[in-house]
Design a binder for this molecule. Sequence first.
Ligand code: SAM
Length: 222
Amino acid sequence: MLLNTSDEAFRINPYTRWLYDHPAYLLPRPTPEQLRARRAERPAGGLRVELGSGSGNFLLELAQAYPGEHVVGFELRYKRLVKSARKFEKLGLTNVWALREPAEQFPGYFGPGSVDALYINFPDPWPKASQWKKRMVNPELLERIETALKPGGCFHLKTDHSGYFLHVLHIVHRSGRWTIRFFSNDLKRNHPPGPKLESEFERMFSAQRKPVFYLCVEKSAC
Ligand SMILES: C[S@@+](CC[C@H](N)C(=O)[O-])C[C@H]1O[C@@H](n2cnc3c(N)ncnc32)[C@H](O)[C@@H]1O
């Protein structure tokens, strides 16, 4: 029997079936107005954004650590999005949303100078030189992050991949418009003050005793 298009999608990835089951937490391809309306239901004093938010653990911990702020994640994989929404729902969180939207599109959802902190945790490393062009952090994305951040806002990067860490350091240095606030090549031993929030990948690498590299850079005053 021929499957119709939606059945075919479910067969390819069963998680597409549950994408619309958590409208309070998971917004698949929302318009900017839809996200704005959702956020307006519970005004908040700040905004934190994670790109490539995976299965949502870091978003969840951010939302708990900053209950008076909004937390928004951008992720593409259905299973990870559904897992995120289930976790948020189970805890009854009211200040966090996961969007099925490419990370690169994030500025379309927020005005310039509106984001307090932007996080990228364990981006896919694309280790071969022929793959570097696929890396999420590139000069264009860094410019978008700079525009989106409030003055004094910070971009936080964590990775287990030393080559990726250097790649980001080069881009940041070359732009000349960032101030390094914290730098660690082993976050377990050298952690900045403040809450210790972990993503799924961070937990996995910590369990394997792999060092985590961390960079926090602040948008310089113009
Ligand atoms: C290695 S995983 C890390 C997940 C999570 N940040 C963590 O630390 O546990 C990288 C994540 O980035 C997501 N990703 C990759 N490219 C993306 C893009 N252009 N937009 C949104 N998410 C993306 C992947 O789907 C994947 O979930």
